[in-house]
Write a protein that binds this ligand. Structure first.
Ligand code: NAP
Length: 469
């Protein structure tokens, strides 16, 4: 069984804790590997290494920093198949989703940011004053398991380009993709200490890292609860926080819209990645008068699309949940939904009788927006259908959420655009509108602060200095 070390100061090193934790394949429940469980002393070493490397990296010309990031991109391109296989093995998403979305997303976003970097104004003048944007220092990058490569990419690409050095702490369920990325960093020859990777528990190593006085920015993607707790950590020495947190996004289907398209978007959102996507459109809002037609279409599309099984197989669409814990969370919500009076349209049986952390994707109807299944993020394959009487009411329901990450409107173009403007979310998709890798991604309200991707992403990782001359 492979035992992985930590990557600190450009070298693979034993953890000072001497402890390891197991990484489980969620489709088979077999142990895939053991990874080091970093302790506070390891975090100290990683932060010290990043701190020591900072000044030289920050003074390295932007074009040279970009050339290193280009090498990382080339390394990811060269190891695509290995990355896909690792993501499928430790996360359990389908091979199709990993090879068509998870890995290409990272490459596209890196390419786009690198391509646009010459438009970023690292220096400007205001009168006689020179305004410089530069690295802030050491960035702690704490990431979740749902996109094991891209969650890290979205932090390190802008952070490194801006002149920061990083300490990455990936999720305990999916550290193997991060370790493969560290190998790519090693092969790309980044100066020692610019990129450090520690594996280990969030509540121990992650917590210690986030509170470390030599960390300038905590960039965290994960649950809103943990994100809220980071304010206290950051307050000690006034750190900057970049937070990408949870979501409970609404898809509003408007009268006279393309119902087939709305149905496909809503069902796909809970099947792809088993619904473990922060921006998943898990509330489908439909006109009361069309509820029955929508139900029929949802059922037909679901039944013709769902293929649950071994995620390594090309025709599988739905694999297992990432862990037994995450499956239990979904099972608990199925129970909550039934107790709240929601009605199962399709799915609903819970555990699937096979090894692995499988759960049946489920659509609930007769849901009102005050039910827990409409308010709380489930982070699994569960869609709720909520009827509305007027478009104004649909907007009110969509906005009546503690979250504000994403949303979608399917309907006549002009009306759909008006509704999109009224939504209090960081992203909205109108009809066939597609994600653009340079466009900012992030949330309103409890979905976070800051924006990822492209030049908006770089902006989150700079300090601004004015030199009066
Ligand atoms: P999580 O439990 O909050 O964990 C995220 C990361 O934080 C993991 O690396 C975790 O380590 C670490 N962590 C846990 N407790 C910590 C603490 N006290 N201090 C510092 N770090 C700590 O979230 P998750 O279950 O992995 O991911 C699912 C959540 O992420 C969902 O809520 C989802 O919406 C959100 N998400 C948001 C976005 C976005 O862009 N807005 C994208 C993807 C996911 P361990 O793994 O060791 O616990």
């Amino acid at each position: 069984m492979e035992k992985h070390q930590l990557f600190i100061d450009g070298k693979w090193q034993e953890s000072l804790s001497g402890q390891f934790s197991e990484v489980i394949n969620p489709a088979t429940e077999e142990v895939l590997a053991q990874v080091s469980k970093a302790n506070a002393a390891d975090v100290e070493k990683a932060v010290a290494s990043a701190k020591a490397a900072f000044t030289a990296w920050n003074l390295t010309p932007v074009a040279e920093r970009a050339a290193y990031v280009e090498k990382l991109l080339a390394g990811i391109e060269a190891k695509q198949e290995q990355l896909v296989a690792t993501i499928v093995a430790e996360l359990g998403c389908s091979y199709t989703f990993a090879s068509q979305v998870q890995v290409p997303l990272s490459m596209n976003e890196m390419r786009a940011t690198l391509g646009a970097l010459d438009q970023f104004e690292f220096e400007t003048t205001i009168g006689d004053a020179l305004v410089i944007k530069e690295g802030a220092g050491v960035v702690a990058c704490v990431t979740p398991w749902n996109y094991p490569l891209n969650q890290i990419q979205r932090k390190i690409t802008p952070a490194l380009l801006a002149g920061n050095t990083v300490v990455v702490k990936p999720a305990s369920d999916t550290p193997l993709t991060a370790l493969l990325l560290a190998e790519i960093v090693e092969e790309a020859g980044l100066p020692a200490g610019v990129f450090n990777l520690i594996t280990g528990s969030g509540s121990e190593a992650g917590d210690y890292l986030a509170g470390h006085p030599d960390v300038a920015i905590v960039s965290f993607t994960g649950s809103t609860d943990v994100g809220k707790g980071l304010y206290t950590k950051a307050a000690n020495n006034v750190k900057k926080l970049v937070l990408e947190l949870g979501g409970k996004s609404a898809l509003i289907y408007l009268p006279e819209g393309d119902l087939d398209s709305a149905v496909k978007k809503a069902v796909d959102t809970i099947l792809n990645n088993q619904g473990q996507t922060c921006s998943a459109l898990t509330r489908l809002l439909v006109p009361k008068s069309e509820e029955e037609a929508v139900k029929e279409k949802l059922k037909a599309y679901y039944e013709s699309t769902v293929v649950i099984g071994d995620p390594t197989k090309a025709d599988t669409m739905v694999g297992p949940m990432v862990s037994a814990n995450q499956r239990q969370t979904v099972l608990d919500y199925l129970e909550i939904a039934r107790n709240e009076g929601a009605e199962v349209l399709v799915g609903g049986s819970g555990i699937i009788d096979r090894p692995g952390f499988y759960v049946e994707p489920t659509i609930f109807v007769n849901v009102s927006n005050d039910m827990r299944i409409a308010r709380e993020e489930i982070f699994g394959p569960v869609l709720v259908v909520i009827p509305y009487e007027t478009v104004e009411e649909a907007i009110e329901i969509a906005n009546d959420s503690p979250y504000g990450l994403s949303g979608a409107v399917v309907g006549p173009e002009a009306k759909a655009r008006q509704v999109a403007i009224a939504l209090r979310t960081g992203n909205v998709y109108v009809n066939d509108g597609a994600r653009n890798p340079l466009a900012p991604f992030g949330g309103y309200k409890e979905s976070g602060i800051g924006r990822e991707n492209g030049l908006y992403g770089v902006e989150d990782y700079v300090e601004i200095k004015t030199i009066f001359m």
